[in-house]
Design a protein around this ligand. Structure first.
Ligand SMILES: Cc1cc2nc3c(=O)[nH]c(=O)nc-3n(C[C@H](O)[C@H](O)[C@H](O)COP(=O)(O)OP(=O)(O)OC[C@H]3O[C@@H](n4cnc5c(N)ncnc54)[C@H](O)[C@@H]3O)c2cc1C
Ligand SMILES: Cc1cc2nc3c(=O)[nH]c(=O)nc-3n(C[C@H](O)[C@H](O)[C@H](O)COP(=O)(O)O)c2cc1C
Length: 780
């Protein structure tokens, strides 16, 4: 078989090595336009985990790499005169030119035909059985076959430039500096004795204010030498094609076409802040090699199909982590006023791979500092909490007006579709009652509807009759009598999503019979087959406001501790806020201010009748996940408006506005919106969405991304989520009904042992260290 590899970067060379070693009869040529020792960039980094993979695939090149790499274990964060050093990270660095040289030598020794200074014309015909396009970020092969690969490029706003220096480092180091122009960030690491990479980053406004667009690379370096004079400690910055760029996140719908396959930066890029570009390229090479191995080493078509399906998830996961990470750096201003410890914790946990528990294992003193910081904040709010041996963040109390929550876990509102004529039933008593006894600080009702025609389905509960009020009171009394949980009533109106089927019979699908007329901001049906809602008149608005007010008064009489107005998920009030569902031309449509007018009117009317000492929240969809819809920036303004109207907490959800939305799911996928609102508008927030572990709850609270963390689906299958977490973290203060004390005692006892066992397992599972931290080895 004849294989042409276009591009002699790490991806192309590593595939050549693996393939030639496995199938020596393969005729493999690598075409590289540069000379053998030409290189851009400075150093590359690999984690212990990546090195473990390299060791498995090619011992020779692994040995060459580790013998030439410098190793470090710590990450250091320099921010406003403070330094945080966090261990246990296990990274290696080496010069890119050294890595390429080692890979070239290994490929050459195996009999790969390396052709330097040979530019490949992507349009020219090739007689190879397999063409590996490893031609980097500006891949001409990708461009030539753009119709087949369908690439997309997301050019990020921040500016960055790769530079170098002779300043030594013994940790991966982040420097943050504020200047008269704005904030500059340096991501630094040493890759051989006396050589370090400095990736410089700044936002576009700072870039423009500093006049960097008018400076060449030498002048830019001089300017940055001024900014980072203290950090450079007398060393100069070195440039090597160190032009300012915008990072392009590249994705391709297809990575293969006929006998051509894209690998490395050509197929997908990952932001430098997670140090994964070279790793991804070499792991692609491994995946392609594995695809050939799995299909017998000869069948190009099957191998490429295998590569396309097997590799995609891993790459998308890395790209997602990179995306979350780069967004943190783009919004660093948002975190600028934080306590430096919280700032450092936020930076460490930004891309979700590192969490509270994970850090507690590798940097216990740092996590103790964080626990203390959270406890100190809580103490400043007037709570008599232990700040010497503080409870973990999720078990710190919170006060909203006169309501005190024992911890930060919330049972998110969940419709049970089990009401009869709007009446909550025994199902609701058992469901809510058991979640309350399970230990969460706050539980929510489902969306309780303010009139019969405000219901989503025939199974939805209401608060518009005396009997419903009494049935709710029974549940509230049980919750208050048997648990320490506080209870929030969520009030809503279905709007255009009303008169639809029960969730398990076809969510948002119109009722086949017995439907009632529905109303909305504008007469736009949800689905093409949905009922067309009537555009609300002022008279409709008056009636709806009155219904909400009456329901809130009933809620007060029933004894609820808190009230939430549901303005999310495309229901009536949300339909006013989103431009996708509000096409009105009167004072309730058009600008955001106008679109907020009616929802705010309802909120203010509720605030008037809801007791002053009891808090109120509003739930919003912070983005519609659709072009032309609400964005995170809009959400900040929406939140501010409700806070001004007397809101105490913003419950940050997303989407469900239209069926065409394209949400980006993933662990904690909505938390960034809560983070944005909390830290830009400085409001208390509750986040929700794919949060499944106590570790994630602690991470979110400690990083200051939300004040409360709601879990919905996890609570459906585990009412005792919070009790179990309390046992795990030793939060002995948690309330437990006397009937359950024996169970609580047992789980608290067992958890101590279970936790020690798991810690040990995690320690063992950690990749081995591939070198001794320090620089001596590399220098020898
Ligand atoms: C300016 C810059 C500096 C960087 N510095 C660093 C760094 O210091 N550390 C780090 O970890 N990462 C760095 N990166 C990122 C890193 O280089 C890539 O993520 C990684 O090298 C990807 O490997 P690859 O094999 O896919 O592509 P590349 O390493 O980009 O290799 C592609 C190769 O293909 C060759 N080529 C392209 N087209 C043709 C053609 N038509 N004919 C023949 N040859 C062709 C190119 O000359 C190049 O050598 C840098 C990126 C850039 C753009
Ligand atoms: C069965 C079910 C019913 C729901 N009903 C409501 C509701 O009545 N009101 C509401 O605001 N959100 C409702 N939601 C959304 C949840 O509160 C939550 O925002 C969402 O499920 C994401 O959280 P999770 O990933 O923890 O499940 C419901 C979710 C589920 C799974």
């Amino acid at each position: 078989m004849k294989v042409d590899i276009i591009g002699g970067g790490p991806g192309g060379l590593y595939f050549a090595i693996l393939a030639k070693k496995a199938w020596p009869q393969m005729r493999i040529a690598v075409y590289e336009r540069n000379r053998a020792d030409d290189t851009f960039g400075f150093g590359v980094v690999f984690s212990d985990e990546t090195l473990e993979t390299f060791e498995k695939y090619d011992l020779e090149s692994y040995r060459a790499i580790t013998a030439n790499f410098a190793y470090w274990d710590d990450i250091e964060i320099h921010f406003k005169g403070t330094v945080h050093r966090i261990g246990g990270n296990g990274f290696c660095g080496c010069a890119r030119v050294t890595l390429l040289k080692l890979l070239q030598e290994r490929a050459c020794a195996l009999g790969v035909d390396l052709r330097f200074q040979t530019e490949v014309d992507p349009a020219a015909a090739r007689d190879a059985d397999l063409i590996v396009a490893a031609d980097g970020i500006n891949s001409r092969i990708r461009a030539e076959h753009a119709d087949a690969f369908k690439p997309s490029v997301d050019l990020r706003p921040n500016k960055f430039a790769w530079m170098g220096s002779t300043r030594p480092f013994d940790a991966f180091t982040f420097f943050f500096r504020e200047t008269e122009h704005g904030i500059f960030i340096a991501h630094c690491y040493q890759y051989e004795p006396g050589q370090s990479t400095w990736v410089m980053e700044t936002d576009p406004e700072t870039f423009a204010r500093a006049g960097l667009d008018k400076l060449d690379e030498v002048q830019s370096a001089k300017f940055l030498e001024g900014v980072f004079a203290k950090e450079l400690a007398g060393h100069r910055l070195i440039v090597n094609r160190s032009l300012w760029r915008n990072f392009p996140t590249i994705r391709c719908e297809k990575w293969t076409h006929d006998n051509i396959v894209l690998i490395g930066d050509a197929k997908a890029t990952a932001h430098f802040s997670i140090g994964s570009g070279t790793k991804l390229a070499m792991e692609d090479a491994i995946a392609l090699f594995e695809a050939f191995r799995a299909t017998g080493g000869r069948d190009v078509k099957r191998a490429l199909a295998h590569y396309e399906t097997e590799r995609r998830l891993e790459v998308e996961k890395t790209q997602h982590s990179a995306e979350v990470s780069l967004v943190w750096f783009e919004h660093v201003r948002r975190f600028w006023d934080m306590d430096p410890r919280r700032f450092a914790f936020g930076l460490m946990t930004r891309s979700k791979a590192i969490t509270y528990d994970n850090l507690a294992l590798r940097a216990p003193e740092f996590v103790s500092e964080i626990d203390k910081l959270v406890a100190d904040d809580v103490r400043r709010q007037g709570f008599d909490v232990d700040v010497v041996k503080p409870a973990v963040p999720m078990f710190q109390p919170l006060r909203l007006r006169g309501m005190t929550l024992a911890n930060r876990v919330v049972v998110s509102p969940m419709d049970q579709y089990s009401a009869e004529d709007g009446m909550p039933t025994d199902w609701h008593l058992v469901h809510l009652g058991s979640r309350a006894t399970g230990g969460a600080g706050l539980i929510f009702t489902e969306m309780v509807c303010v009139s019969a025609d405000a219901r989503i389905t025939l199974g939805c509960t209401g608060m518009y009759t005396d009997a419903q009020e009494a049935a709710w009171k029974r549940i509230v009394d049980f919750v208050h009598g048997s648990s320490a949980a506080k209870f929030c009533l969520q009030l809503g109106h279905a709007g255009r999503k009303g008169a639809t089927r029960l969730m398990w019979e076809g969510m948002d699908q119109p009722l086949p019979e017995g439907a009632w007329p529905v109303i909305s901001a504008s007469p736009i049906p949800y689905y093409p087959n949905s009922q067309v809602p009537r555009e609300m008149t002022r008279a409709d608005m008056d009636r709806v406001v009155a219904d909400f007010v009456e329901a809130a008064e009933r809620g007060q009489r029933a004894g609820f501790d808190m009230l939430e107005l549901h303005c999310a998920h495309g229901y009536l009030l949300a339909s006013f806020i989103s431009p996708l569902t509000n096409r009105r031309t009167d004072e309730y449509g058009g600008s955001l201010e106008n679109r907020l007018r009616f929802p705010l009117e309802v909120f203010r009317a509720l605030r008037k009748v809801w007791p002053d000492e009891k808090p109120m929240s509003m739930r919003m969809s912070a983005t519609d996940w659709e072009e032309g819809g609400l964005t995170g920036d809009d959400a900040v303004n929406v939140a501010r408006a409700f806070a001004t109207a007397g809101g105490d907490l913003i419950d940050v959800s997303t989407g469900q506005t239209t069926p065409d939305a394209e949400p980006v799911y993933g662990r904690m996928f909505q938390t960034p919106f809560s983070d944005q609102i909390r830290n830009e508008a400085r409001l208390a927030t509750m986040c929700v969405g794919a949060i499944t572990t106590a570790d994630q709850v602690n991470t979110i609270i400690a990083a200051g991304r939300a004040d409360l963390v709601a879990l919905a689906r996890p609570h459906l299958v585990d009412p005792f989520f919070t009790m179990k977490a309390a046992a795990w973290y030793g939060a002995t203060d948690i309330h437990c009904p006397p009937q359950y004390l024996a169970g609580r005692d047992q789980i608290f006892r067992n958890s101590v042992r279970d936790r020690a066992d798991l810690t040990e397992l995690r320690r063992k599972a950690k990749p081995k260290q591939h070198a001794t931290p320090g620089w001596k080895q590399a220098a020898e």
